[in-house]
Ligand binder design. Structure first.
Ligand code: UDX
Length: 463
């Protein structure tokens, strides 16, 4: 079959895979190829068990794979054939040198730019999909223009706003699609080609075009604002624990103001995930680069508040369990950074486990999807204290003989557990720390537990 357009995506990760699957689904006349240097990852995309767990994704991949969606490691060939190239390689926070811990590590992205100039033999539209610091498109253009001057590259920024666990829904019904381009005639023409792809399923009014730099910065700002809301409500949760106020009532009352809105006001043990911390630190780094220290400090505080919330949670466990958890078994319910994903990147559970192990507690980790990742995240901690950590897929078994349960991820199945059965199997007094406020606290108290929610009244059987 002859396809109308060839789309290539470099990088078969959390963003590239689902995004291309949805484009392939909605644009059957386009050929979509996803390439990656990691053969193992590509093999998994081509297998029955695709490498990421996203509700609905499996079905879309099965429907499109081999029809107009392809996964391979043939990067050069893919570049040659493509009209539009999405670049979706990972850009982790730099771990070394200038800007370590804050700036984005752009080495994968830069290698990709070089790969494109080595392989391309016709004009290309390059779409930045990875979250990149502002003005990266400019650097990319410089590299591309250093190659064969007869070939024209037009760089677009099309930041991804999908959230894990709802990736397919976010792609099928996005609040908006943002496309940044140079405001030149060629730039606008390239943007129009990308608009045409999304217009297959996204209403025109939800496709926003902007200048390149605004699009790049919008991504960082959107994530910074979302994270800021969580840090704001978490700051208030600390105050609630000192007063008679209830953070859930506050979220509800405040969120009813239509100017504020109700979403992202759920208090928690802190936000995790691959984006929030990374993007805010990036914003902070950019602001410092322009000597805007107040701006940098302002946003950095969102991250500091998050660290504080995680520490507060562990300190409370230790304090309430009579100032020591040494030798006590603590079952951690959930390790993923949020429900419906096996992803544990920046998950607050990592910090909680490490701190409890430092306090010499016996930690049993349970999670329906994230145990493999948890094992990797805790490798170095386990080397130091191999006897103190174990993994158990069954939450009932994890809680057996435990002194406390700490709920860290808001998995729906944890709401449905038989807590009477759990209570009976635990050591007494039995403690439960609900880091997500999803359980019925009063009922747990009546069962016999001492219950510690976030930012709400605690229920204890002690005088
Ligand atoms: C986020 C953005 O939502 C998405 O638009 C962007 O593209 C990538 O980063 P993601 O990291 O997948 O997506 O998850 P998200 O649902 O935003 O949650 C992030 C963290 O905040 C999780 O740890 C979650 O549990 C926590 N959270 C979220 C809260 O603690 N309280 C809330 O009210 C909402």
């Amino acid at each position: 079959m002859k396809f109308e357009k060839n789309i290539l995506c470099i990088g078969a990760g959390y963003v590239g895979g689902p995004t291309m699957a949805v484009i392939a689904l909605k644009c059957p006349t386009y050929r979509v190829e996803v390439v990656d240097i990691d053969q193992d990852r590509i093999d998994r995309w081509n297998s029955d068990k695709i490498p990421i767990f996203e509700p609905g994704l499996d079905k879309i991949v099965k429907e499109t794979r081999g029809r107009n969606l392809f996964f391979s490691t043939r990067i050069e060939k893919g570049i040659k054939a493509a009209d539009i190239i999405f670049v979706s390689v990972n850009t982790p926070t730099k771990t070394f040198g200038e800007g370590a811990g804050m700036a984005s590590d752009l080495q994968h992205w830069e290698k990709t730019a070089h790969k494109i100039i080595e392989s391309a033999d016709s004009d290309k539209i390059i779409v930045e999909k990875s979250t990149l610091p502002v003005r990266t498109a400019e650097a990319m253009e410089r590299i591309l223009k250093a190659g064969n001057r007869d070939i024209k590259y037009e760089v677009l920024s099309n930041p991804e706003f999908l959230a894990e666990g709802t990736a397919v829904k976010d792609l099928l019904e996005p609040d908006r699609v943002l496309i940044g381009s140079h405001q030149t005639e060629e730039g606008k023409k390239a943007a129009a080609a990308l608009v045409k792809i999304y217009a297959h399923w996204v209403p025109k009014e939800n496709i926003i075009t902007a200048n390149l730099w605004s699009a790049e910065l919008s991504k960082l700002v959107a994530n910074a604002f979302l994270a800021q809301r969580i840090s704001s409500i978490n700051a208030i949760s600390a105050l609630c624990e000192k007063t008679d106020a209830d953070v859930a009532e506050i979220s509800f009352a405040v969120g009813r103001d239509s100017r504020i809105g109700e979403k992202f006001l759920r208090p928690s043990i802190g936000f995790g995930g691959s984006c929030f911390k990374k993007d805010i630190l990036n914003l902070v780094y950019i602001a410092r680069g322009y000597s805007l220290n107040e701006v940098a400090d302002y946003w950095e505080m969102v991250v500091k508040m998050n660290e504080y919330q995680k520490s507060r949670f562990v300190q409370r466990i230790v304090r309430e369990m009579f100032n020591t958890v040494a030798g006590k078994k603590i079952a951690l319910f959930g390790f993923a950074f949020k429900a419906n994903t096996g992803d544990t990147r920046e998950s607050p559970a990592i910090f909680v486990t490490q701190k409890l192990v430092e306090e010499r507690a016996f930690v049993t980790v349970t999670d329906p999807e994230a145990l493999d990742n948890a094992r990797k995240d805790l490798e170095s901690t386990m080397q130091m204290a191999p006897d103190l950590i174990c993994f158990e897929p069954d939450p009932y078994k994890a809680a057996e003989d435990a002194h406390a349960v700490a709920l860290l991820t808001e998995w729906e199945e944890y709401r449905q557990l038989d807590f009477e059965k759990i209570y009976k199997s635990m050591k007494k007094p039995a403690f439960i720390f609900d880091g997500r406020n999803i359980l019925d606290h009063k009922k747990l108290y009546e069962t016999g537990f001492n219950v510690y929610p976030i930012g709400k009244m605690q229920y204890t059987h002690f005088d």
